[in-house]
Design a protein around this ligand. Structure first.
Ligand SMILES: Cc1cc2nc3c(=O)[nH]c(=O)nc-3n(C[C@H](O)[C@H](O)[C@H](O)COP(=O)(O)OP(=O)(O)OC[C@H]3O[C@@H](n4cnc5c(N)ncnc54)[C@H](O)[C@@H]3O)c2cc1C
Length: 467
C-alpha cells in the first residue's frame, strides 16, 4: 500500500535538503531504526533518513510524501519509551535534530519560542539566568528534545505541581501532511476560539503533524529549593505515605519521587556511588520550593516530622546544589542504569489516581510473583505514575516476549480496574498499541481514527502507531 523509495524520490529529497542531509548509509539507518524501548521486536529500518533544517523543507517533503504515499516518521532525539519514532512501515525517518535554535526569549510575555530540536535543559539554562523557569522536567531533560517532549506530552518530576509538558505549551507551528504550515494558539494566557487544537497536537505522537516551533510559557523561578531524601523500611510504608502526605498535609510539593530498593541498588551500581540508607526498602524524594527561607523551612520541618510519624527511618535535608544534584542524579539515572545493565527489560508507566497507588503496588507484586518475573519499581509517585519494570535474567527471547505479553495484559487490566490507564507519560506508540482496547472503548478509538483521517487522509505520517 505504501510506495517503496526509489532513486527519483531520493533525488527529490536531495534537491530539497541537500546531499549531506539525506542518508541511506546502513550504519545510520540502524541508528534511526529504534528508540529506547528494549527488544528487536521494536526495531524497523527506515529506507532513508532525512534531516530537515526548516519548515519550508518539511512542507515540501510532506507534500511529496502525501502525493506519492511514502511514510514519514518524525524523530527528535530517539529517547522515547514507546517505539514512537520507529518507522514501522519503512519510508523516511525525518529528523528535526538540526532545527535546534532558540528563536526568541520574550521576557515581556514570559515566553520562549524554540525549534523542536532544542534540549529542555538548554531552555532551562537560558531562562534561569533571568530568574524564570520552564516547568517541563522529564528525567531525560539532558538528552531528549522539546519536539519529542511536546509530541509525547512528556511528564517528569514536576508534574504534581506544574502539570505535564502541555501545560507549558502556549502555541505551536506545525506542518500538516498536505504540506500546509499552520500556527495553533498564540502568546495568549487564555483562548477559547473553537476547539483546543494545541492540546490535541500535544501528545499526538507525531501522527497528526510535524511540530516546527513551540512557544512555551515561563514562570518565576523560586529562590529556594529543598529536597528531602526519605528512606522507609518497606515499599508499602513509603507508598502508603504518598497519598496520605498530599491529602493530609495540604502542601503540594514540586516533586514526590519514589525508588524501591532494587532500583536504588541498580543506579548506585551504575553510578558507582551511594545514597544514605541504601538498604532501606524504598526512598522518597520530596522537593519543596519557595521565595521565603523561613516559610520553606517551616514546611519542610512539618513534612519531615510527618514522614517520621509515618514510619520514615530518617529525613535527610538537601538544601545545597551539590547534595541536591547527587540525589537527583541517582533518581534520573535509573532508566539508563537498567538499559545499560539489562539486555531485555520492559519499562512501563501505568498511572492511577493517587489514592490507589498502594493497591496498584500490591497488584504489581502479585502479578510479578505469579509470572515469576523480577520487577523493580520507581517513578513519579506523587502523580500516581509508577515505572513498573520487568527484567529478563535468563529466559529465551521467545519465552520472554510471551510472558511479557501475558503480564502486560494483567497489569493493564488491574490498572484500569483501579481507575487508571496504561500510560501516564511515555505514550502508546508501537509498543502499547495492541493493548489500547483494554483501556479505551471502540467508540473512542473510532473518534481518534476520524481525527487522524482529517489531518492525514493518506495515512503517511507515522503510520502504525497508537491504533
Ligand atoms: C533515561 C530516560 C528517562 C526518561 N524520563 C522520562 C520522564 O521522566 N518523563 C517522560 O515523560 N518521559 C521520559 N522518558 C521518555 C522520553 O525521553 C520522552 O518520551 C521524550 O519526550 C521523547 O523525546 P525525544 O526527543 O527523544 O523524542 P523521540 O523519541 O524522537 O520521539 C517521540 C515521539 O515524538 C514524535 N516526534 C518527534 N519529534 C516530533 C516533531 N517535531 N513533531 C511531531 N512529532 C514528533 C515521534 O514521531 C515519536 O512518536 C525517558 C527516557 C529515557 C531514555
Amino acid at each position: 500500500m505504501y510506495k517503496k523509495i526509489e532513486r527519483e524520490d531520493i533525488n527529490y529529497f536531495i534537491n530539497v535538503v541537500g546531499n549531506v542531509n539525506v542518508s541511506s548509509d546502513p550504519e545510520k539507518l540502524d541508528i534511526y531504526s529504534h528508540d529506547e524501548v528494549s527488544g528487536d521486536k521494536y526495531k524497523y529500518l527506515p529506507e532513508l533518513v532525512v534531516f530537515s533544517k526548516n519548515k519550508e523543507q518539511i512542507s515540501q517533503i510532506m507534500k511529496y510524501c502525501s502525493e506519492n504515499k511514502i511514510p514519514i516518521t518524525p524523530r527528535s532525539a530517539g529517547t522515547g519509551l514507546s517505539g514512537g519514532a520507529v518507522p514501522v512501515m519503512g519510508g523516511i525517518v525525518l529528523s528535526t535534530e538540526k532545527m535546534n535554535k532558540i528563536v526568541e526569549f520574550d521576557e515581556e510575555t514570559l515566553t520562549i519560542t524554540v525549534e523542536p530540536g532544542v534540549i529542555p535543559d538548554d531552555i532551562q539554562k537560558v531562562v534561569s539566568e533571568k530568574g524564570l523557569l520552564y516547568a517541563g522536567d522529564p528525567c531525560s531533560s539532558d538528552a531528549s528534545f522539546i519536539g519529542g517532549n511536546v509530541a509525547e506530552n512528556a511528564g517528569g518530576n514536576k508534574v504534581i505541581k506544574y502539570g505535564a509538558t502541555g501545560n507549558s505549551v502556549m502555541a505551536l507551528e506545525a506542518v500538516l501532511p498536505d504540506g500546509s504550515i499552520e500556527w495553533f494558539g498564540g502568546k495568549l494566557v487564555k483562548d477559547v476560539t473553537g476547539y483546543d487544537l494545541v492540546s490535541l497536537i500535544v501528545g499526538s505522537e507525531g501522527t497528526l503533524c510535524i511540530v516546527t516551533k513551540i512557544i512555551l510559557k515561563l514562570i518565576p523561578l523560586s529562590k529556594y529549593i529543598v529536597d528531602l531524601l526519605v528512606p522507609f523500611k518497606t515499599i508499602e510504608k513509603a507508598i502508603e505515605f504518598v497519598p496520605k502526605m498530599i491529602i493530609e498535609s495540604r502542601i503540594i510539593p514540586t516533586s514526590i519521587e519514589f525508588m524501591d530498593n532494587s532500583s536504588l541498588v541498580l543506579t548506585e551500581k551504575f553510578l558507582n556511588s551511594t545514597l544514605p540508607y541504601s538498604q532501606a526498602g524504598a526512598h522518597l524524594i520530596i522537593e519543596l520550593e519557595g521565595n521565603d527561607k523561613e516559610t520553606l523551612a517551616d514546611e519542610y520541618e512539618k513534612i519531615g516530622k510527618y514522614c517520621i510519624q509515618n514510619g520514615a527511618l530518617e529525613v535527610f535535608v538537601a538544601d545545597n546544589k551539590t547534595t541536591r544534584n547527587r540525589i537527583w542524579k541517582a533518581r534520573k539515572s535509573i532508566a539508563e542504569a537498567i538499559s545499560s545493565l539489562y539486555k531485555d527489560f520492559c519499562m512501563e508507566d501505568v498511572v492511577v489516581p493517587i489514592n490507589k497507588i498502594p493497591e496498584l503496588m500490591s497488584e504489581v507484586k502479585i502479578i510479578s510473583q505469579k509470572n515469576d518475573l523480577d520487577c523493580i519499581n520507581f517513578g513519579h509517585a506523587g502523580d500516581g505514575n509508577i515505572h513498573v519494570t520487568f527484567l529478563n535474567h535468563s529466559r529465551s527471547r521467545k519465552e520472554w516476549e510471551n510472558i511479557i505479553d501475558i503480564t502486560l495484559r494483567e497489569l493493564y487490566e488491574k490498572t484500569f480496574s483501579l481507575g487508571g490507564t496504561l500510560s501516564g507519560e511515555h505514550g502508546i506508540g508501537l509498543k502499547r498499541r495492541p493493548y489500547l482496547p483494554i483501556v479505551m472503548s471502540k467508540e473512542k478509538i473510532k473518534i481518534m481514527k476520524g481525527i487522524k483521517k482529517v489531518f492525514d487522509p493518506e495515512g503517511i505520517l507515522n503510520p502504525g502507531k497508537i491504533f
